[in-house]
Design a protein around this ligand. Structure first.
Ligand code: NAD
Length: 256
C-alpha cells in the first residue's frame, strides 16, 4: 500500500507545493488548510496523479481538532506514515505594540500545533515502526529579525522540539527533522511585504531590496520545489539515520 502523508496548511503556498510533489511520487495525501477551495484542490490533485486524497479544515488553534485531524487521516487513508507540520502565520510589529492575542495565536499555530499533531500521530508511527516528521520551521528558527518576536520564538521552539522528537523516536524508526527556508514568495510573504512596508515606512519595492533579500547571499526567493524535494528525501525509506537535523534552504543567509 502506498504511504500516507498529512501536510498541514497544504491548500496554499509551500504546503501545496510539497503536496503536489508527494502526490507525483505516489503518496496518498491528507490535505489541510483554511482555504475555501481546499476540498477542490484535494480532489483535483488526487485525480491528476491518481492517488487517494482527503481534506480537512481543522482549526489548528484547537488541540482536539488537531487530534481529530490525525484520526481522520488514518481513517480516510489507512495510515499516517509522514507528518509534515507546515501551516504557519506571521505578524510583524515592534514588541511594545505587539497585540497579545496575535502573539498567542502565532505560538499556538506555529509551535503548539506541531506538538499536538506529532503527539496524536506518535502511537501509529510507533506501532508500525515507521514515521517521518518534517517540521517546516524557518531561517527564523535559527536567526532573529526585528519586529518578529512571536514568529522567531515559535520557529526556534520548533527546532528544539524537532530534536526531542528525534531522540524519543529513534527506537521506533520515527525520524524528525526541520527545514528552515529563507524567503519564499507565497501569500504569507505577500502579506509581510505590506506589513514591513508599514513598519519601516518604505515602499513595497524597497522592502524587497532593503529588507527581505538583504540577508540572503543569493538574492532570490527560495523555490517551493526545493523545499518539497528536501521533504521528499527526508520522508524516504532510506532516511532512517537522518534525524534531529535542521536543513537550511536560505540562500546563504545563515552562512554569515
Ligand atoms: P501560506 O499563508 O501560503 O499558507 C499557510 C497555510 O496554513 C494555509 O493553508 C492556511 O490555511 C493554513 N493555516 C493558517 N492558520 C491556520 C489555522 N488556524 N488552522 C488551520 N490552518 C491554518 O504560507 P506559506 O508561506 O506557504 O508558509 C508555510 C510554512 O512555511 C509556514 O510555517 C511558514 O512559517 C513557513 N515559512 C515560510 C516562508 C516564506 O517565506 N513564505 C519562509 C520560511 C518558512
Amino acid at each position: 500500500m502506498s504511504k500516507s502523508v498529512l501536510i498541514t496548511g497544504s491548500t496554499s503556498g509551500i504546503g501545496l507545493g510539497i503536496a503536489t510533489i508527494f502526490a507525483k511520487n505516489g503518496y496518498q495525501i491528507m490535505f489541510h488548510g483554511l482555504e475555501a477551495n481546499g476540498a477542490e484542490i484535494a480532489s483535483n490533485i488526487g485525480e491528476k496523479f491518481k492517488v487517494k486524497t482527503g481534506y480537512s479544515n481543522a482549526n489548528l488553534l484547537d488541540s482536539a481538532a488537531i487530534t481529530q485531524l490525525v484520526e481522520d487521516t488514518v481513517s480516510q487513508l489507512g495510515s499516517i506514515d509522514v507528518l509534515i507540520n507546515n501551516a504557519g502565520i506571521q505578524y510583524v510589529s515592534p514588541i511594545e505594540d505587539f497585540p497579545n492575542e496575535m502573539y498567542e495565536k502565532i505560538i499556538a499555530i506555529n509551535m503548539n500545533a506541531v506538538f499536538y499533531a506529532a503527539k496524536a500521530a506518535w502511537k501509529y508511527m510507533k506501532e508500525q515502526k515507521f514515521g517521518r516528521i518534517i517540521n517546516i520551521s524557518s531561517v527564523h528558527g535559527i536567526r532573529a529579525s526585528e519586529f518578529k518576536s512571536a514568529y522567531v520564538s515559535a520557529k526556534h521552539g520548533v527546532v528544539g522540539m524537532t530534536k526531542v522528537m528525534a531522540l524519543e523516536g529513534a527506537p521506533y524508526n520515527i525520524t524528525s527533522n526541520a527545514i528552515c527556508p529563507g524567503y519564499v514568495r507565497t501569500p504569507l510573504v505577500e502579506n509581510q511585504i505590506k506589513d514591513q512596508a508599514k513598519a519601516h515606512a518604505l515602499s513595497e519595492d524597497e522592502v524587497l531590496e532593503k529588507i527581505m533579500l538583504i540577508k540572503q547571499a543569493v538574492k532570490e526567493f527560495i523555490p517551493i520545489e526545493a523545499i518539497a524535494e528536501m521533504a521528499l528525501l527526508l520522508a524516504g525509506e532510506h532516511a532512517t539515520t537522518i534525524t534531529g537535523s535542521t536543513f537550511t534552504l536560505d540562500g546563504g543567509w545563515s552562512a554569515q
